[in-house]
Write a protein of this length. Structure first.
Length: 372
């Protein structure tokens, strides 16, 4: 069996800047609206020799041939026009835009799906799901409650979304010898439930989803989106986390020493002085000379080609003096380690630069250990 279908989900759109995005109109809803206004028609036809049916079947054959290029065209023609096969076609303004060709085995209780495709101009509109749901309703009227099909690797996900599984529950004596085996294909089955109206499933899921979203909104404030921060337009580089709009509403409890702005700034200054002390120790170390300033691209032309994230003590000091980057010691020591790792990556083992990196790494590890 061959199938062609794009099952990409629509991307939710933002309604405004205060409320979280809500689900967009589903593709099924668009297809359902076109169907209700008569733009779309789903009908089952077979080759009965009448001109109109032949025209529709030839149109469907052309869609299959274009959308399923790996399937031999002669095979498509033979099955689509075979009087034993039927096709459910989608007519849009009386033109075929897609369909499913299948063969019913009513005595055995199943239908074999041969081809399924939508013309490329009409994809991602919900037609494929609507088509399959119409076929399920048709099969119920025919008193047939199983679909079988061989799906290739490109079709498996589509059929899974339509309720198919590779676990075959229908007795093999019912279908064995009746359907053709396909090399490389996966036999899949869909069991039709007589009590389910498949054409209403998308709307039912939509109502369930809306009920869940409403319950979440009743219990939380996660749907509220607050304006962005404007503090960075002023000289203030950092603000306490508990002053961010929405943090208090989330029931987050601040650490005691961050409870007010004064203590926050005091903590920032304390961390700055501590890290500044570590940096001075490193700068005064006799083996720190290769790391005190950035590597010169003129002296070492290929350095920045090899080293993608350069680091040095001068750059670290500038970041530290800004008082808005090293908010924890861990980030500070991570930059120091990167500085040494870069040196060892670029220079050969045993070179003076490599030895300086090893020597400074020992001091960095000791300072970080003392900090812990």
């Amino acid at each position: 069996m061959e199938v062609q279908w794009n099952a990409t989900e629509p991307v939710p759109a933002t309604n405004d800047n205060k409320v979280a995005p809500q689900p967009t109109v589903s593709r099924d809803a668009l297809a359902r609206k076109e169907e209700s206004t008569g733009v779309l028609t789903f009908t089952v036809i077979e080759n009965d020799g009448t001109d109109q049916r032949i025209i529709w079947l030839i149109g469907l054959k052309n869609i299959f041939a274009k959308q399923l290029p790996k399937m031999p065209k002669e095979y498509i023609v033979r099955l689509v026009l075979d009087p034993k096969h039927r096709s459910m076609v989608i007519l849009k303004n009386n033109n075929v835009v897609g369909g499913i060709t299948f063969r019913p085995f009513p005595a055995q209780g199943f239908m074999e799906i041969a081809f399924c495709a939508i013309t490329s101009d009409e994809q991602v509109k919900g037609y494929g799901t609507r088509l399959m749901n119409h076929l399920k309703e048709y099969s119920k009227k025919e008193n047939v409650f199983y679909f079988l099909t061989y799906a290739d690797n490109f079709a498996i996900e589509y059929f899974k979304k339509q309720g198919f599984t590779d676990h075959i529950s229908l007795d093999k004596e019912k279908w064995g010898g009746y359907i053709k085996d396909y090399d490389g294909g996966t036999l899949m089955e869909c069991h039709i439930c007589s009590k389910v109206c498949y054409l209403e499933i998308p709307e039912l899921i939509k109502r369930q989803r809306e009920a869940i979203y409403q319950k979440i909104r009743n219990l939380t404030s996660s749907h509220i989106i607050y304006p962005g921060l404007d503090c960075f337009h002023s000289d203030k580089k950092r603000i306490p986390i508990h002053l961010l709009t929405g943090i208090k509403e989330s029931s987050w409890q601040p650490i005691e020493y961050l409870a007010n702005d004064d203590s926050f700034q005091e903590a920032v200054e304390t961390l700055y002085l501590e890290l500044k002390g570590y940096l001075n120790v490193l700068k005064n170390h006799p083996d720190s000379w290769p790391f005190r300033v950035p590597v010169s691209a003129e002296d070492v032309p290929d350095y920045y080609t090899v080293i993608k994230n350069p680091m040095d003590l001068q750059t670290i000091e500038k970041k530290l003096d800004a008082r808005n980057f090293y908010i924890t010691p861990r980030i500070f020591f991570a930059d120091l380690r990167r500085m040494c790792d870069n040196c060892r990556s670029y220079n050969r083992e045993g070179s003076p630069f490599y030895k300086c990196a090893d020597s400074l790494q020992v001091l960095i590890d000791k300072l970080q250990g003392d900090k812990k």
